[in-house]
Design a binder for this molecule. Structure first.
Ligand SMILES: [Zn+2]
Length: 190
């Protein structure tokens, strides 16, 4: 890798996190996958919306609650139509709400396959700067991803960081998870 580069990486998950919870048909904890469908129920102007998950063993259903007893007038028409049309972006948005899912499930799978979309730009400095963009937070750690991109071991990476060769902006711990717009500068060693 040469110097004088600015790289941007967009982190694109390739799958929706599965969850583990009790299946009433299997009568035990099983993995549920996301069906990528909403279920919308309107009852006298009160609306419920769920994202539908299915048991990987018996296809039994679990409904992940999104809206509960909300008056139809309080939901904007555009959003409502996204629910009705199983808008993929909207489903993915909810399916990556880990804190919400964790409250309702025993476990949420965070080992998500992802693709890195790389873009190379010219830079005037003689450092390598990497900027990350990620729309869906799935707990991917900075050190893991950086080691993967730079093709070095995680311990080498930590060593470089300790020696001040790697700077993060904002200045967060390298073992924390990737955040949108994180910028990493690597001093001229590569
Ligand atoms: Zn089941």
């Amino acid at each position: 890798m040469s110097v004088n580069e600015l790289l941007t990486y967009e982190i694109i998950p390739q799958e929706i996190p599965s969850v583990i919870r009790n299946c009433s048909k299997c009568k035990r904890d099983t993995a549920f996958y996301c069906s990528e469908k909403f279920r919308v129920n309107a009852n006298q102007k009160m609306v419920d919306v769920w994202v539908v998950y299915n048991c990987t063993h018996c296809e039994g259903t679990w409904n992940f609650p999104i809206l509960s007893r909300v008056h139809v007038n309080k939901i904007n028409a555009e959003t409502y139509s996204k629910f009705m049309n199983n808008d993929k972006e909207t489903i993915w948005y909810y399916a990556f709400q880990f804190n919400h899912l964790r409250k309702l499930c025993n476990e949420v799978n965070t080992t998500i396959r992802y693709e890195l979309r790389e873009e190379r730009l010219e830079s005037k400095t003689n450092h390598l700067t990497i900027r990350f963009s990620c729309k869906h937070d799935f707990g991917l750690r900075i050190d893991k991803l950086l080691a993967e991109i730079l093709g070095i071991s995680r311990s080498n990476l930590i060593e470089l960081e300790r020696n001040g060769m790697i700077r993060l902006n904002p200045n967060i711990n390298i073992k924390k998870k990737i955040m949108d717009n994180l910028q990493v500068t690597i001093c001229e060693l590569l």
